[in-house]
Ligand binder design. Structure first.
Ligand code: GLU
Length: 381
């Protein structure tokens, strides 16, 4: 799971982008990068580094450029090794477009072959770079930016949260969202965009979570939001209440260790909260009392650690509730043939609320109107 961060405003972007990326380090990554529209040359400048953010920061100090429009990324490689070349941002042939991406472009091979026929040359092994070249290709024929973006999203298959800089639009950051999350923050000094509100918590006054399949043209004071059919949408910003504590690792070497040691206190806190909230909690489940009483089995769905948590929950549910339980891997379960099952509760577990395979299973189950509930650590997911 990677992180996308962007800023456009009245102050320079670099320190804001790096700070945002640092706050999203909990999401895990293997390399990082930053690009901005250089405020003196109006060209796109960038720095990329393999490894931790400290590597990016020390490389940045060799190149003191900055700009009022910036994007940054921490990458969790899916296509291509974790090298500086494959780190984001990625560019078009002319280096007039820079973009960062969270997700996977499923049809990247077909698109690459098409683009090669038009003499596009690629500098990385990523699926992401294809998007920059495709944007360049479309922009050569179509000048209206909204039309360009509609044509782009029409060509892309897969999941993507994108933030892009185009030197032809020196006041605008382009944000596009399909499946992978993106939110926009409004602050006194400009607009922010990121995979998670935490990136700019405390600095923004208002936040807006982009709806699935939408894109935004974000400038210092305004956001124009469209759906994938080209309809203009309303951005309903709400007050940002999230706070940031700089002591999030609380002395632990890394997040995983902290989370392991935290378990006991969190369990007690959760039980306490559930006791206090009484029936109000059950109202949020979306299941009637009758549905709960009639349940015959529970299926826990997850990937990685969440799947393992489901395996443990399976024993507790079985012994405490005398109910048949199984834990399944979302990556496998999404390819199953779903049959109408009575009295089954599906419980999807995802720490981030962003696990792609788990989300896919949730979508499938919802389409079939099966009862599905979610256990996640990110309330806004
Ligand atoms: N698929 C892209 C890559 O491998 C993005 C991965 C990510 O979400 O970090 O570069």
């Amino acid at each position: 799971m990677c992180s996308v961060v962007g800023y456009v405003g009245s102050t320079l972007s670099r320190s804001k982008i790096v700070r945002g990326l640092e706050r999203l380090e909990y999401r895990g990554y293997d390399s990082a990068g930053f690009a901005c529209l250089n405020s003196t040359t109006n060209q796109i400048d960038h720095v990329k580094a393999a490894g931790g953010l400290d590597k990016l920061v020390s490389k940045c100090s060799e190149f003191p450029f900055d700009g009022f429009l910036g994007i940054g990324h921490t990458r969790w490689s899916t296509h291509g090794a974790s090298t500086a070349e494959n780190a984001h941002p990625h560019f078009d042939c002319q280096k007039t477009i820079a973009l960062v991406h969270n997700g996977i472009i499923e049809n990247h091979r077909e698109l690459k072959s098409e683009l090669e026929l038009h003499d596009h040359a690629f500098a990385s092994d990523t699926d992401t770079e294809i998007i920059a070249h495709l944007l360049e290709q479309i922009s050569a024929q179509e000048k209206n930016i909204v039309q360009v973006l509609l044509l782009l999203v029409n060509k892309l298959e897969g999941a993507y949260a994108l933030a892009a800089l185009l030197s032809a639009y020196p006041d605008t950051i382009i944000a596009i969202r399909k499946r992978s999350p993106l939110c926009i923050g409004k602050a006194e000094d400009g607009m922010y965009v990121a995979s998670d509100e935490l990136a700019f918590a405390g600095h923004i006054e208002e936040v807006f979570f982009m709806p699935d399949e939408s894109f935004a043209l974000i400038s210092k004071n305004t956001v124009d939001l469209y759906d994938f059919k080209g309809n203009l949408l309303v951005c309903n910003f709400r007050k940002s209440l999230l706070e940031w504590s700089s002591n999030t690792k609380q002395g632990y070497e890394h997040y995983m260790l902290k989370e392991i040691y935290e378990q006991k206190a969190i369990l007690l806190k959760t039980v306490d909260l559930l006791k206090k909230s009484g029936d109000a909690f059950f109202d949020t489940l979306g299941l009637s009392d009758k549905q709960i009483q009639d349940l015959e089995s529970v299926v826990f769905i997850g990937c990685g650690t969440s799947y393992n948590a489901g395996r443990i929950a399976q024993f507790f549910f079985d012994s405490l509730c005398s109910i048949r339980c199984e834990a399944v891997l979302a990556s496998e379960y999404r390819s199953m043939n779903y049959r109408e099952k009575e009295r089954v509760l599906y419980m999807a577990i995802s720490q981030s609320g962003e696990t792609a395979d788990t989300l896919e299973v949730i979508r499938l189950l919802k389409k079939l109107h099966f009862p599905v509930t979610t256990l996640t650590n990110v309330a806004s997911s």
